[in-house]
Design a protein around this ligand. Structure first.
Ligand SMILES: Nc1ncnc2c1ncn2[C@@H]1O[C@H](COP(=O)(O)OP(=O)(O)OP(=O)(O)O)[C@@H](O)[C@H]1O
Ligand SMILES: [Mg+2]
Length: 401
C-alpha cells in the first residue's frame, strides 16, 4: 500500500451507497476545513485498523509522522515508537506493517512484560527437540513466525535486563539461535519496538541497556498526545460513533457542539484510548451528561474556565465567576436528579422555591417545561477566547447525510 506523501488539505468526500459521514474539523494552516469519511472506509476490517485519514488526522505533528512512516516503510530498518499510553503506537506499528513490502507476511506481536523471563528465549527464538525437559518437538519462535513481515516488540522498556542481552545480538547483526541449537539463523523481519516510558531515562537509571537502546532507536518516532492533536478530536469522535453505532446496530445521535468544544479542551491523560472509551459509553447510553460526568471526575473544567477566561482579571472576579459556575452546576444536577421538579429540587437544596426560580432565571435555565438533561447547554460559560460556549452553529459530529 502506498501512502500519499501529503496530508489532505482540501475537503474530501467519499460517497458509498449514498451514505457519508461529515466531520467539521477546526481549520488550521494545513488542516482540512471539512473531511468526509465514508462508512466503508471505517470498515477496514481486514486488519482491524482505522482508516488512514483517521490514524493521521490533520495535525502538523501527525503529518510529520506520516511522512516518516512512508520513508521507513520502503526500508527494513528497525523503528522505535514512543509516546504516552493510548496514543496509538500499536495502531501505527500495524499501519507501518501494512505499508511495508512484507505486508502480506505476518505481523507478530511480542508483549514483552507478559512473557516470563525464563520463557522469553524459547518463546521468542524457539527451541529444538530435547532442548529442555518437555521439549518433545522443535518449535519455531516468534522471530521465525514473523519471517518476511514485522516483529513487534511492545512495551520494550519493561524487558528484564538479562533478556535485553539476548535481544542485543538479534538487533546487532540479525543473528539468533533456537534454544538447544548450535546453528545460527538470520532474522528476516523488520523489528518495530514500542514503549510508553522514556527509554533515555531508563538508560540513565540503568534499567535499560544503552547499546540496545541505540540498536532499536535507529528510526525513532514520537507520537503526540491527544491534547497536542486536539483538532483531530471531532474526526475521531465521528469515527468511534460510527464504529460503535455499527457494532450495536443503531444510529447514535451526534455529539453537540458544546460537548465537542469541551472534549477539545480536555487534557486526555489516557489519550485516544480514553476518548474511544468515552464515545463507546456514549454510544451505549446516548447521554452527554454521562460523558460530562466522566470528564468532571478527572478534570474540574469549570475551575480552569474561571482561570483561563479572565487572564489578568484578578482573584476576586475569578473567584466570583467560579463560585457562580459551581452554583449553576449544583442547581442543574439537583434539578436533573429530581426530574426537573422545582419544588423537590428547592427542598433538596434547602432554599425557598422563590430563591430557586430566581437563581434559575439568573443562570439562564428554563422556568417552563422539562428539558432532557443532555440538552442543557452551559449558560454564561466562557471559553478561553472569551467567546460564549454553546452557540448552536452546526458543528455536529456523526451526522449522517
Ligand atoms: N489514530 C487512531 N485512530 C483511531 N483509533 C486509534 C488511533 N490511535 C489509537 N486508537 C485506538 O486507541 C486505542 C489505543 O491504541 P494503541 O493500543 O495503539 O495505543 P498505545 O499507544 O499502544 O497504548 P499503550 O502504550 O497503552 O499500549 C485502541 O483501541 C485504538 O484502536
Ligand atoms: Mg500498546
Amino acid at each position: 500500500m502506498k501512502i500519499s506523501g501529503e496530508i489532505q488539505t482540501q475537503a474530501k468526500a467519499v460517497s458509498t451507497a449514498g451514505s457519508e459521514t461529515f466531520v467539521l474539523a477546526r481549520s488550521g494552516a494545513k488542516a482540512p476545513s471539512c473531511v468526509a469519511i465514508s462508512n466503508s472506509a471505517f470498515l477496514d476490517g481486514e486488519r482491524n485498523l482505522p482508516p488512514e485519514e483517521v490514524i493521521f488526522g490533520s495535525s502538523q505533528a501527525m503529518w510529520e509522522i506520516r511522512r516518516n512512516v512512508e520513508r521507513a516503510a520502503s526500508t527494513d530498518i528497525p523503528v522505535l515508537l514512543q509516546g504516552a499510553t493510548g496514543t496509538g503506537k500499536e495502531v501505527l506499528a500495524r499501519f507501518l506493517h501494512r505499508c511495508s513490502c512484507g505486508a502480506s507476511k505476518p505481523f507478530v506481536k511480542v508483549n514483552c512484560p507478559a512473557i516470563p523471563v525464563s520463557l522469553f528465549e524459547s518463546e521468542v527464538f524457539g527451541y529444538e527437540k530435547g532442548a529442555f525437559t518437555g521439549a518433545c518437538e522443535a518449535k519455531p519462535g516468534r522471530v521465525e513466525l514473523a519471517r518476511g513481515g514485522t516483529l513487534f516488540l511492545d512495551e520494550i522498556a519493561e524487558l528484564d535486563v538479562n533478556v535485553q542481552a539476548k535481544l542485543l545480538q538479534l538487533l546487532q547483526d540479525g543473528q539468533y539461535c533456537r534454544l538447544g541449537s548450535q546453528s545460527e539463523k538470520h532474522i528476516q523481519a523488520r523489528i518495530v519496538c514500542a514503549t510508553n516510558k522514556p527509554l533515555k531515562h531508563a538508560v540513565k537509571c540503568g534499567t535499560f541497556r544503552e547499546d540496545l537502546f541505540y540498536r532499536i532507536s535507529v528510526f525513532p518516532l514520537e507520537l503526540p498526545s491527544l491534547q497536542q492533536r486536539n483538532g483531530d478530536i471531532p474526526m475521531l469522535v465521528a469515527y468511534f460513533l460510527e464504529k460503535y453505532g455499527g457494532k450495536y446496530g443503531r444510529d447514535v445521535p451526534p455529539v453537540s457542539n458544546s460537548l465537542l468544544d469541551r472534549l477539545e479542551k480536555y487534557q486526555w491523560p489516557g489519550n485516544i484510548r480514553q476518548l474511544e472509551n468515552i464515545v463507546h459509553n456514549y454510544a451505549v447510553f446516548e447521554s452527554e451528561q454521562f460523558i460530562t460526568n466522566k470528564l468532571e471526575d478527572r478534570d474540574p473544567e469549570w475551575l480552569s474556565v474561571g482561570l483561563t477566561s479572565h487572564g489578568s482579571a484578578g482573584l476576586k472576579k475569578i473567584t466570583q465567576q467560579t463560585v457562580k459556575e459551581l452554583e449553576r452546576r449544583i442547581i442543574l444536577q439537583t434539578l436533573e436528579a429530581h426530574g426537573w421538579h422545582r419544588g423537590l429540587a428547592a427542598r433538596a437544596l434547602r432554599i425557598s422555591y422563590g430563591a430557586l426560580l430566581y437563581k434559575m432565571r439568573e443562570i439562564g435555565l428554563p422556568l417552563k417545561g422539562c428539558r432532557k438533561p443532555f440538552s442543557v447547554e452551559p449558560a454564561g460559560l466562557l471559553n478561553s477566547a472569551g467567546a460564549e460556549i454553546g452557540d448552536t452553529a452546526s458543528r455536529s459530529v456523526g451526522a449522517t447525510a
